[in-house]
Every structure is written in structure tokens, then in C-alpha cells.
Design a protein. Sequence first.
Length: 276
Amino acid sequence: MANITAAEVNKLRQQTGAGMMDCKKALVEAEGDFDKAIDILRKKGQKVASSRAGREANEGVVIGKTNDGATKAAAIMLNCETDFVAKNQEMVDFAWGILNLAVDKDIKTLEELRAADLNGRTVEENITDMIGKTGEKLELSQYGVVEGAMAFAYIHPGNRLASIAAFNKDVEGVEQSGKDVVMQIAAMAPVAIDKDDVDPSIVEKEVEIGKEQARNEGKAEELLEKIALGKLNKFYKESTLLNQDSIIDNKKTVRQMLQQVDKDLTVVAFKRLALS
């Protein structure tokens, strides 16, 4: 059996971030070969990943940022099992490493991000390594990206919610409007930018709910459609971004607030990522 020194164990720990005892066991198993020891630790991570596959990962880190030119913004959700791991600085730093890569490499999709190179290995492989360190199931579950003349990002304190938005114009005053809008998105969770952007299946569902509510209230059958459409308009008002009352001035809609800056200023894309 190889004679493993404390210095060697510490060196492996510094390289991998794994625990001291795990590093020592890996070095003993690898007979002092660092590369083999690293592989052993990674395999341990894969084993942990497999054993944790059925576990719920409802905690995590949700963050967003813009690129240097503020023309693009991206956000990620990296899930774990416990709030303790989510708040660990190494976990937070790891999430930022993934997000920075996504923004720097202009990555478009979650699948592309999972396969992207991070320190010589894929993001997914790096996540497996982190599973080995934390002992928890980890999953890069969501990724959103928007692009426009100007883009903005907001992270709610606690890293549990992030929102991003892109605008059609770069005009004077858009900086403050952008900050207000991403906070609006975070607070009010709109389902679409405007009425015409709402998924038809959602519209159909809301109409059916409106009809059923009216029917249960004893309304005449011939009036149900009209009543349901009235309820649908209320849904549009509450759930589409430009038609929502602004959280900055509830006497104006978000559309009206933007038009005060520029008559044609509008949001072209947004994403909201939030832990349940």
C-alpha cells in the first residue's frame, strides 16, 4: 500500500474540493496516482448522482446577469436538495461560473449549456463532481436568455428568483425603466408580454373557468360566453406585463410608464425563474 502523506491529501483536496477523508481514501485506492485519485473521486460523484436521482431538488441558486454591452441577459436555476447547500458560498460561486460561461459564450439553450466546456470538462460533468462534494442531488434545470437593444437582469435577495428582460430601443431613461420592469416581472409573474402573446391553451382554459364560475353563480347559459370574456379581460390586465398596473405607480400600466420614456418603447422578451 502506498504511503500517503498529509501534504498529498491536502494537495488533492485543494484540486478537487473533496473532503480530506475522501481524498485520502482515493489516493490509497489509486496507490498515490493523482490522476487516478481524481477519477475515483469523480466516479464517487457519479455514484452519488445515481443514488440521488429519485430525490427532490427543490432548493437551489437562481441568478441572472447581462453581457458587457447590456444587449443580452441570461438566467439559470441550479437546483439542490437543501437550503444549507444552496447558501453555501462554493455552490453560489459554482452557479456563477456556469452563468458567466453562458453569457460569455453566447449560449442559447439549456442543452447547449449542459454540454459546454467549463474548465476542460462539460458543465454536466462539473455538476456531477459537485454532487460528489455536496452529497446532494444537483440539477441545472432552467436556463433563459433574452436579447434586444437593451437588456436587464434582477436577482431577488436570497438567490431564489431572477428575472431578465429585453427592450426594443436604447433611449434616454431606459435604464431606470429596465430596472423597474425586471422588478415588476419578479413581483407580479406575468405569463406573457401582451394579450396577443398569451398561449392559446391558457386563453381557452381561462374562458372555460370563467364560464364554469358564471354557471355556478346561476347565470343564464346564453350569458356565459360574454361573462367569461369579461373575466378574460381581467386576466389579461392582471397577468400580461404591459397591461399590469405598475408596481412603481399603480395608477399607470407598465405600457403607460414605458410610453412616458418613449412612445414606442416596449419589452420584446422576458424570462422569470423562481424556486417553488
